[in-house]
Ligand binder design. Structure first.
Ligand code: IPM
Ligand code: MN
Length: 365
């Protein structure tokens, strides 16, 4: 029986996770798959309970699970905590312990929401990008790192190291190429090889892999600064974007903003030992407890879980279609609301998507 570890986390994480679990339970009944569930604490709520952002027990639990469904971590309450105990560290440790090296972040502009972007409609229409971000290496994890007193005692020196090995680059690049083959067959690899040695290795490795194993996929390379510019100039030209940990962190936020609806974007972090599925949006402390959070990103993350961890493509795409149908019927949570549409809350949005799922499956039977 496949096991899912549910980690609602902090802020609106708990609100949206509850809704996507109810969608998952319906899928469960329909497909007669018996998932088993367990829950765990991570981030601020874990600091409150145990004084640390993640416990060894939770990490072990995650290793024993087939997939992790995560809400969000962090919030103002824990902002002034010591650096190594911050809620975000819990998330980084979870990624590392599952060796979840490939972070997939789709940025899709739904036609019903093309006006929601801060960019002109004609620029963003048809945007359908998959950012593949390396997630367990690079400057986030490189050594040496730390802070020390300078020799003259006048101040401090702090340092981080950007390192990548051939094998780390190859495995994430392979994921990007494979995904491109199922899409529009194009990979744009982002680096800074005009300045950094680690990024020369990045570019050379990706080029070599492309030539040897994926000659059918078009590969282009962009320096990260140029990529940031091209992404707002001609976003519809991009298919799969491949980047290291930090550049991918930055570029994926930019890609998210293109769609004008951060509350819609799901993500998957996959590796050999497990996978984490979570909305791209954070814990949104400003709207906690108001029942207005958009549950769509969490629901779509759950759909990605069905696709990538359980090979349930039909169920995954039925969820995606149900989301689109509800948007086409003009229902909007506050974050994507426009005049003339019907404003709904978290739970209502969940129920609308559930109804849509039930109706389409009834029609198919
Ligand atoms: C993200 C976040 C995290 C990251 C933080 C919360 C550690 O920004 O998932 O993009 O930088 O990876
Ligand atoms: Mn980020």
């Amino acid at each position: 029986m496949p096991k899912i570890l549910v980690i609602p986390g902090d802020g609106i994480g708990t609100e949206v996770t509850e809704v996507s679990l109810s969608v998952l339970k319906t899928i469960n009944e329909k497909n007669q798959v018996e998932f088993t569930f367990d829950t765990a604490l991570l981030g601020g709520c874990c600091i409150d309970a145990h004084g640390i952002p993640v416990t060894e027990e939770t990490l072990e639990n995650a290793r024993q699970s087939d997939a992790v469904l995560l809400g969000a971590v962090g919030g103002p309450k824990w902002e002034n905590i010591e650096h190594h105990l911050k809620p975000e560290r819990g998330l980084l440790e979870l990624r590392k312990c599952l060796d979840a090296f490939a972070n997939l972040r789709p940025a899709v502009v739904y036609s019903a929401l093309a006006d929601a972007s801060t960019l002109k409609k004609e620029i963003v229409q048809g945007v359908d990008i998959m950012v593949v971000r390396e997630l367990t290496g690079g400057i986030y994890f490189g050594h040496p790192r730390g802070t020390e007193q300078t020799d003259n005692g006048e101040g401090k020196r702090a340092f981080n190291t950007l390192t990548y090995s051939t094998s780390e680059i190859k495995r994430v690049a392979r994921t990007a190429f494979e995904i491109a083959r199922k899409r529009r067959n194009k990979v744009t690899s982002i680096d800074k090889s005009n300045v950094l040695e680690s990024m020369v290795l990045w570019r050379d490795t990706v080029t070599e892999l492309g030539k040897c194993e994926f000659p059918d996929v078009t590969l282009e390379h962009l320096y990260v600064d140029n990529a940031a510019m091209q992404l707002i100039r001609r976003p519809a030209d991009f298919d799969v974007i491949l980047a290291g940990n930090m550049f991918g962190d930055i570029i994926s936020d930019e890609a998210a903003q293109l769609t004008g609806s951060l509350g819609m974007l799901p993500s998957a972090s996959v590796g050999e030992k497990g996978a984490i599925y979570e909305p791209v949006h954070g814990s949104a402390p400003d709207i906690v407890g108001k029942g207005v959070a958009n549950p769509i990103a969490s629901i779509l993350s759950m759909a990605m879980m069905l696709r990538y961890s359980f090979d349930m493509e039909t169920a995954a795409s039925s969820i995606e279609k149900a989301v689109e149908a509800v948007l086409n019927k003009s229902y909007r949570t506050s974050d994507i609301y426009e005049e003339g549409k019907t404003r709904v809350g978290t739970e209502e949005m969940g129920s609308l998507i559930l109804n849509e799922l039930r109706e389409t499956s009834a029609a198919a039977e």
